[in-house]
Design a protein around this ligand. Sequence first.
Ligand code: ADP
Ligand code: X2W
Length: 291
Amino acid sequence: MEDAVRKAAVLIEALSWIRRFRGRYVVIKLGGSALEEEAAVKSFLTDVIFMRTVGMHPILVHGGGKAISQAMNSAGIESRFVHGRRYTDEKTLEIATNVLANQISESLAQEIKSQGAKAEPLHFGTRNCLQGEQLTLQAEDGSSIDLGRVGYVTDVDESLLAEVCESDAIPVIPSVALDKSGQKLNVNADTAAAALARILKAEKLVFLSDVPGIFLDKNDPQTLVSHLETERCRSLIADGTIDSGMVPKVDAALEALASGVGKVHIVDARLPHSILLEIYSDKGIGTEIVK
Ligand SMILES: Nc1ncnc2c1ncn2[C@@H]1O[C@H](COP(=O)(O)OP(=O)(O)O)[C@@H](O)[C@H]1O
Ligand SMILES: CC(=O)N[C@@H](CCC(=O)OP(=O)(O)O)C(=O)O
């Protein structure tokens, strides 16, 4: 009996959050590290279906850095990263966009469908929703750094996304944009998700990765911080506490918050139902970043 009452209490706790987020966009970025664990991905997609069913508009954006590197290895091409971006020549572009759109997006959408919900992969091979431009970075001496066909998102087809969400489907979006002449660009998935959240003025941006959140000591999970403000994030990046793959995520988080996104969350994709616990309960389990 006690157990049944406890279950009802959980539902009641979720009620105010369900009401608050009805009809709102939540952009969820699934990273390549998290995608490696098949069972965890299936359970995560059940959570996304739950979110959709209770009226939220979840938008799934994904990367797949590890799978792209594996596919490149198999093709005998070595991956090269320049300032955290994969140097993308024509052959790399073909492999990366094939892995992201034709393999990962399609398999995520298939899994959502096999769990009884609707999903629509949105990319260059179906209906594209990310427009972009080629990214040029500047070196300290002012010269430009060549990244090849790497891009950043400049615009999003909002009416397409609204239409897909209204049809009750979950949009599944790989981090590939098209430029003005319809050519593909390889976009870092963290920045693609942040651009989507910014342009849609999403309620939330959630990063699912392979760590429980942000640690103050990278090697000690006990140092997880549950709440961070933007200034603190900047100093944690500056002093090296936040480094490697976490830097583009936190940079993207700061950019999204600055342009009106309500809150950013970093949660562990490997922990069952982490996203539901983060969004629909009073005390989350990962790291939340606020302005
Ligand atoms: N302060 C920190 N707290 C937690 N993780 C950190 C921190 N600094 C760096 N990291 C690293 O960031 C990684 C997540 O980034 P990444 O591997 O690029 O994930 P994804 O594939 O999800 O984009 C973690 O596995 C961890 O090694
Ligand atoms: C330009 C660039 O670096 N694009 C990334 C796109 C995938 C990605 O970002 O995947 P994760 O989320 O798993 O890191 C790449 O080619 O790896």
